[in-house]
Write a protein that binds this ligand. Structure first.
Ligand SMILES: [Zn+2]
Length: 157
């Protein structure tokens, strides 16, 4: 697998972290569009990653603050992975990716930004995206681009 080059993530890695847990705080704020929350299930929700590896990088998380898959009950697990499936369908419909990376990073060493609230990443991939990304490597992901992606996806959920 070729790795994606997403230098704007340095801002996230080096920047000051928001206090608290984003996966607990954002759903409570009730401002889903501003927080890029795409869909709320009964036990899980999906949102855009604002420091994406690729455009349309989504995340699914349970509302409950748990650190591992083993702590999720059956209902939470079932809905979690159904929602991952839904994210894939919506991205296929709206962005025609050639493939996906679906993953869970457990622990900081594995790349988890928020390591105590489990979440699944859905990263759409296109042929040549590893070649394309460096070309725009000095371009930050602009809020307008995120808002546009959000508007396109939220309509499909
Ligand atoms: Zn949390």
């Amino acid at each position: 697998m070729e790795h994606l080059w997403a230098p704007w993530r340095m801002e996230y890695i080096l920047g000051e972290k928001e206090r608290g847990c984003i996966f607990c705080e954002k759903p409570k704020q009730g401002t889903d569009a501003q927080n890029y929350i795409l869909h709320r299930g009964e036990r899980n929700f999906s949102m855009l990653n604002i420091y994406p590896y690729n455009p349309g990088h989504l995340m699914v998380a349970p509302y409950r603050h748990v650190a591992s898959l083993g702590e999720l009950n059956d209902e939470e697990l079932l809905e979690h992975f159904r929602l991952v499936g839904r994210c894939i369908s919506v991205l296929r419909e709206t962005a025609s990716p050639s493939g996906f990376n679906i993953g869970i990073n457990l622990g900081k060493v594995a790349g988890a930004g928020v390591e105590d609230h489990i979440h699944t990443h859905i990263v759409p991939r296109w042929e040549g995206d590893t070649n394309f990304m460096p070309v725009i490597s000095h371009t930050r992901v602009l809020p307008e681009a995120l808002a546009e992606t959000y508007a396109r996806l939220v309509a499909k959920f």
